[in-house]
Design a protein. Structure first.
Length: 121
């Protein structure tokens, strides 16, 4: 298995998501690439996605799907908390979709959603 480190950061209201390719050691990167499409090097079999929850999220509204299958139960949304999710990378495109509703400063509600698309090269 080829191991490389790549980092993706998505910022959406109340939710920040980081995806890291499997690596055998902890690496500190000086900069983040902001993108929701990840070009996955050939041979990469897994990415770890770190989800940071905003302080204003409503945990019961969080949903996550991986290639259309509900994986919400593998997350534990807590305002101000975080989760790590293992994304298996196959031979074709893999999509992780995340959504959460939060309370705005005005008192209203807003829903944030995003999709991480992993594209094997």
């Amino acid at each position: 298995m080829r191991q490389r480190l790549a980092l993706v950061l998505l910022l959406i209201m109340g939710l920040a998501v980081t995806a890291v390719a499997q690596t055998p050691k902890i690496v500190t990167l000086p900069a983040l690439t902001i993108d929701n499409r990840v070009k996955v090097p050939a041979g990469t079999s897994v990415y770890f996605v770190i989800v940071y929850y905003g302080n204003a999220i409503l945990p019961a509204t969080f949903t996550a799907t991986l290639d259309g299958a509900d994986v919400s139960a593998q997350f534990h949304p807590v305002p101000g908390g975080s989760d790590v999710f293992r994304v298996p990378i196959g031979a074709s495109t893999t999509k992780l979709q995340l959504s959460v509703t939060g309370v705005k400063a005005s008192g209203g509600r807003g829903t944030d959603s995003d999709t991480l698309t992993f594209l094997p090269q």
